[in-house]
Design a protein around this ligand. Sequence first.
Ligand SMILES: Cc1ncc(COP(=O)(O)O)c(C=O)c1O
Length: 389
Amino acid sequence: MKPNRELHFKTREVHAGVEPDPTTGAILTPIYQSTTYVQESVDRYMAKGYSYSRSGNPTVAALEKRITALENGAGTACFSTGMAATSAVMMALLNAGEHAVVSDVVYGGTHRLSTRVLTRFGVAFSFVDTANPQTVQAAIKDNTRLIFTETPANPTLKLTDIAAISEIARARNIPHAVDNTFLTPYFQRPLELGADLSVHSTTKYMDGHNATVGGAVVAASPEHLEAIQFVRNCLGSNMSPMVAFLTLQGCKTLSTRLEAQSRNAMQIAEFLQTHPMVERVAYPGLESFPQHELAGRQASGFGAMLWFEVKGGVENGKRLMDTLELWSLAENLGSVESLVTHSVTMTHADMDPAERQQVGITDGLVRLSVGLEDPEDLIFDLRQALDRL
Ligand SMILES: Cc1ncc(COP(=O)(O)O)c(C=O)c1O
């Protein structure tokens, strides 16, 4: 029996949602690898809460309870991927003939879903600079039914003031969804700042070990949660019990990993600033970061994502990525392994080049997801690659 009082984040990330298994006492919620659930009688259908694993699964439910406890939401729906989570938010809230305002810098997949799928179903999108509340205000139309922001945004790390945008949204009765993947509830809790939905690719820090792909939407209201669960059940984009099990284990070290990875990121950002081959470094923890004040105000940490541009343009950027030894050239982020990504050819390849340039996703942008290795080794590797340019 867990104590009946408000527990701190670090306790909730280990315990929330999980009780010893009622049959065996197993301390971990088992992987309930079962398609269906035998009912006691017709009259007692769903008495134990489950019927068919597309609609609900006990291992997934344990993870949903844990994420709800970390974000302070009304409830959570977990998904097969982060993109399935984002898709469900948009499909639950937008109808043909309606309009959404979306951050001009967002994960490439969110941009692709909006511009190449949902527009075919009669939904219109405005991609605007959500760092500027007046721009958001001006972009709202009579038929706007969703404001979707991502902060820090992938890959430029542009920030959106969650409280300011939530206030604008609330005044017009428009739901505000925030993609909180980069900072996680340990550093940033959008619902406490007034947002209606917090969206995650659990693939990233929640799992943290490059072991799964998954997603989650935390809702502030039961009505939104229900609408999103309904779409998930229709699409069949639910999370698998194996992924939920692994993500439950990953969540236990979320705060510890993020603290250490952010410390590493700060050291790496400071090193990069001093290297003569580096043109520019962006990390919200640096005083030189244009929105450093907002980063400190709305989040309790700066995260472990950063980017830089090397002198000598794209060619040197590519050479650098090819000569790194410890950093892996890979698409993911948020794992204990340090990763380097060339956004233009990898995560944002589908975006129109002119549009990319306009929002600051330059051809020479090298994105780093800083892991848990010893920072000296990470810096050594970056230095040897930069020195060779
Ligand atoms: C900020 C952000 N949101 C959503 C996604 C999509 O998540 P997934 O790859 O789990 O579908 C990503 C993936 O990189 C991301 O970086």
